[in-house]
Each structure stands twice: as structure tokens, then as C-alpha cells.
Design a protein around this ligand. Sequence first.
Ligand SMILES: *[C@@H]1O[C@H](CO)[C@@H](O)[C@H](O)[C@H]1NC(C)=O
Ligand SMILES: *[C@@H]1O[C@H](CO)[C@@H](O)[C@H](O)[C@H]1NC(C)=O
Ligand SMILES: *[C@@H]1O[C@H](CO)[C@@H](O)[C@H](O)[C@H]1NC(C)=O
Length: 339
Amino acid sequence: MEFLRLIPFLILPVLAKMPPLITLEEHYLSSATPDAMKGLFKEQVKFVPNIMEKLKNLSSLRLADMDKGDVTLQVVSHAAGLGSYPANYSRAANNQVYQAIKKATGRLAGFATAPMSRPAEAAVEFRRAVTELGFVGALVDNHDGKGGYFDGEEYDAFWAVAEELDVPVYLHPTWPSDDMAPRFQGNFDSIASNSLGSSGWGWHADTGLHVLRLFASGLFDRRPKLKIIAGHMGEMLPFMLQRIERLSGRWSTTQKNFTTVYRENIWITTSGVWSLDPLRCILASTPIDHILYSIDYPFTSNEVGLAWFKELEASGLVSQEELDAIAYKNAEKLLRVKV
Ligand SMILES: *[C@@H]1O[C@H](CO)[C@@H](O)[C@H](O)[C@H]1NC(C)=O
Ligand SMILES: *[C@@H]1O[C@H](CO)[C@@H](O)[C@H](O)[C@H]1NC(C)=O
Ligand SMILES: *[C@@H]1O[C@H](CO)[C@@H](O)[C@H](O)[C@H]1NC(C)=O
């Protein structure tokens, strides 16, 4: 009996153990990146200390930063903007990540970047990165650089690779194209315009829209096993879900409705949004095995993410099992990796 009373004390420290963390929206900048592209980060350079140094580093600086945030495995992907350049830039970038993964002995994995402005070549590079370099999926810019999205038939070869190789595609926000930019300008400073078009609002809304466009085009009927990841707590979709479900019933003739697509084909990450409020909404609407921890390094720090994760752990919002799922188990399953 004495022994039985001790059991909770023996078990509790084990339960309170922090799970390992896998992160999926973690960027770098290839040394083969065109100079014109580096200018895109001028706002971040102003506000995030040492951002360029961190973006370019795939070795000890990155690994030390991972240690600071208790990140066990980081899935590396290129920063936004490369998809509008010729395929050789994507190839060079993916090859650099491949070399870094080999050196980092189990700490890094890769999401392919692809020249989305050239759909046929994007499909070829995506396949090469997964089959020859061992990448675990792709992370691509949200449009082709000129505002073209990927619901057109010319992208079917690209989506076919994802379905056939059973790897996810992370739709990642990118800057407004020239025709989109004016709608973010107004009676305010250009710093506000740039932010409104990008991380301050616009590119998140645009990525959520893209998911809905893919749905409207019937892509998930044609490719029922497709796995799409949306970062930043789901790019506004979870909050709008009820309205989308109700109104999208009027759109067309897709066999699977949006409720089913949302449950079966969409995964979301926590990247760069450090509040429990959106997560409360997500936990109510999203299957628990489709919610993944992520940072958005180096645009936000691994330490900030870890502080949020500890807040989540202490909040009582999720059970230990759910916490483990969000931290690493869902990612292990989705990406077929092990930590
Ligand atoms: C990465 O960071 C390490 C440690 O700061 C440094 O020694 C190395 O030169 C950096 N690599 C690059 C490519 O900047
Ligand atoms: C890609 O090809 C263009 C045109 O041939 C060339 O100017 C550029 O240096 C190449 N970039 C890389 C990273 O190979
Ligand atoms: C969506 O489809 C599923 C499966 O057919 C069905 O159970 C559900 O009621 C539908 N939801 C809406 C909002 O129509």
C-alpha cells in the first residue's frame, strides 16, 4: 500500500518531461541566391538582429541556435523568393541543403525549393530532391512571382510528384507581385505598406486563399492523398472555417467538401505566432494529428518558440499525449523521420 501511494510521485517527473521538438518552417538563404532577391529582406534586416548571418548559416551557428530552443530536428527550407528564378538556382540551393544535412548528423532534414514559375521543371526538381537527396517534402513560394497560383493544369505534374512520393507540400507566403502591391499602399508610410503586403497581413491571407483555390479547382478530388501544410496557425483558415464550409457548398461540384478536405489533406503549423488564442480555435476545429510545432527561424527565434511551448504545456489546454503529438510525433509520421 505504501508503495502504491508512491506511484504518482514516481510517474509524475516522467510525465512532465519536455518532448523533443521538430520544426518545419525553418529558412536559409543559398549562397547561389541572386543579389536581386536578397534585397527582399530589407525590412527583416532592420528589425531582426544578425538575420543575414543566420539565414546563410547551415552549420554551427544554426545548430547552436537549435540547442537554445531545444529543437532536436530542423527541417530546412529556402527563404521566399527563389521560385521565380530559373531552375538551376533551386537545384544549387537544394544541393547546399543536402550537403549540410549530411554533415549535421541527424539534426537537419530538407524541404525542397522549386522553380514554381516553370511548372514542368518544378516537378522535375521536386522529384529529384526527394528521390535523390532524401528530402521529406517541398516548401514553395505561394505564387510564381507574377501572382500566378498553382491550381492550373500546368501544375498537375508537380502535385502528382507529391501524391506519388507521399510527401507534403508546404505553401509558404511570399511577397506580393507587382500587380498585387498597390492594394497595400495608402495614406501611410511605405514601411506599413510593405508589412501589410507581407508578414503584417497580406501574404498570410493570400496563402489561405491559395488553399481555397486548390480546393475550388477540384485538386483534392483528382489527388485525394495530397498533403498540404499551411504555417502561421493555418494562414487564417481555422478562424474562418465555419463560413468557408457553409459557403463553399455553393461553389461547385467537388466530390469532397471542404470539411473533409480540411480534415484529410491540410496540416497546420504554429510557426511565428506566439499566442495560445489561435491555438484554442485550432484545437476545436482541427484533428490533433494535423497540428505541428514550428518556429519560422530565423525570422523568429527558437527561444521565443520554446517559451510559448512551455506556456502551452503549463496551460492545461492539451494532454501530455497531445503535447507530444504537436511537438514531434505528428511530424515523425507525416515526414517519416525519427528523433
Ligand atoms: C556558420 O557559423 C559558424 C559559427 O559561427 C562559423 O564558424 C561559420 O563560418 C559559419 N558559416 C558560414 C557559411 O557563414
Ligand atoms: C543559372 O543560370 C544562369 C544562366 O545561365 C547563370 O547566369 C547563373 O549564374 C546560374 N546560377 C546558378 C546558381 O547556377
Ligand atoms: C461534408 O462531407 C461529409 C462526408 O460526406 C459529411 O459528413 C458532412 O456533413 C459534409 N459537411 C458539410 C458542411 O456539408
